[in-house]
Design a protein around this ligand. Structure first.
Ligand SMILES: *Cc1c(COP(=O)(O)O)cnc(C)c1O
Length: 384
């Protein structure tokens, strides 16, 4: 599959027709174990399903092909994937350098769950090369970054960060959930590993939780796979199959998400109700140049500050109807949220806190005129 383009790989990698019946879609292997042809004589290596399931294998092949990796592992959630990666690679005394705007759940996992087991974490502004250089310790094993970030869509230069990290003897993990591999390929920019919450754009339909680790080479695969097997936070067959199905339309969905978000960002930038619009596709965005270089589209996430302040921001988040008030992102349907009280409530008062007048949109792929109409009626409602 590696000689085919992205949209082709997304549809065909790991998805050969069933050899027995010719069913064009490989079956959902809803089974907990596999019959052995004699003790230890497994068919295609499958025995007990925590160790391996054919539907999960198909998804893992597909995920590796999407990111240009050599291997991938699929998990029950994005955080389960992150946990297996971190415990597979780190040992007590190791240090993780975290971008200061990463997903709050990643920060919580490191500082609340893994810290008592001896993992040290500090946060840094990854846009500041001097600060990054000073933040390295001899024990720094991983630099963890997210670009674009949540919810202010900050852009980190992946290639430049990878160079700094490698010079300091650390590896780079990119959480590629926001861009998706349709728009950004971190492994080709020097990252060592990619993680995903496949719950978001890869699944794409807000109907399944999942996570993945994708490996740029063979160094860490066995360690993380052992965690997957020994701890068991695997994706179930039906969940894996739904994710596979979502991925097949990823390329076309991301084009429409990006087109709709660009139109809304430009609409918002022209309105006085919004003080700042955060979208990497806007020339006014601080990361626009780097984003244009390392992404092939700017994605479906954007946020803005309401000029009238926090109360107006809260009211606006409750004023729309097509944009439904909910956490999460990346589905075909549009969502609106108020990060300070929703996704970012747990990081209030920390280095990861966000401004109190910010509203975030996950722009879906509905008709753009309907979406802008919905935002306009919301503004009219809060102005009354
Ligand atoms: C949602 C999310 C996660 C966590 O994934 P779950 O599937 O909810 O466990 C991690 N990183 C980012 C950027 C996310 O948006």
């Amino acid at each position: 599959m590696s000689d085919h383009a992205f949209a082709t790989r997304a549809i065909h990698a790991g998805q050969a027709a069933d050899p027995r019946t010719g069913a064009i879609i490989p079956p959902i292997y809803q089974a907990s174990t596999h019959v052995q042809d004699g003790i230890g004589n497994f068919r295609e290596g499958y025995e007990y399903n925590r160790a391996g399931n054919p539907t999960r294998s198909a998804l893992e092949t597909q995920l590796a092909a999407l990111e240009g990796g050599v291997n991938a592992l699929s998990f029950a959630s994005g955080l389960a994937a992150e946990d297996a990666l971190l415990r597979g690679i780190l040992r007590p005394g190791d240090h993780v350098l975290l971008g200061n705007d990463v997903y709050g759940g990643t920060y919580r996992l490191l500082t609340k769950v893994l810290a008592p087991w001896g993992i040290e974490t500090t946060t840094v502004e990854l846009g500041d090369a001097n600060a990054v250089r000073q933040a390295f310790r001899p024990e720094t094993k991983i630099v963890w970054l997210e670009t674009p970030s949540n919810p202010l869509l900050k852009i980190v230069d992946i290639a430049a960060t990878a160079e700094l990290a490698h010079a300091a003897g650390a590896i780079v993990v990119v959480d590629n959930t926001f861009a998706s591999p349709a728009l950004q390929q971190p492994l080709s920019l020097g990252a060592d590993l990619v993680v995903h919450s496949t719950t978001k754009y890869l699944g794409g339909h807000s109907d399944v939780l999942g996570g993945a680790v994708v490996f740029g080479d063979d160094r860490f695969y066995e360690q993380v796979k052992f965690q997957q097997f020994a701890v068991g936070a695997v994706s179930g067959a039906l969940d894996g199959w739904l994710t596979t199905r979502g991925i097949k339309t990823l390329a076309v969905r991301m084009r429409q998400h990006s087109e709709n978000a660009q139109a809304i960002a430009e609409w918002a930038e022209a309105r006085s109700e919004f003080e700042t619009v955060f979208y990497p596709g806007l020339a006014s965005h601080a990361g626009h140049g780097v984003a244009a270089r390392q992404m092939s589209g700017f994605g479906g996430m954007l946020s803005f500050k309401l000029a009238a302040g926090p109360e107006a921001a809260r009211a606006f988040a409750e004023s729309t109807s097509l944009f439904q008030l909910a956490e999460s992102l990346g589905g075909v349907e549009s969502l609106i949220s108020y990060p300070p009280d929703m996704t970012h409530a747990s990081v209030r008062g920390t280095a990861l806190a966000v401004p109190e007048n910010v509203v975030r949109l996950s722009v879906g792929i509905e008709d753009i005129a309907d979406l802008i109409g919905d935002l306009e009626q919301g503004l009219a409602r809060i102005a009354r």
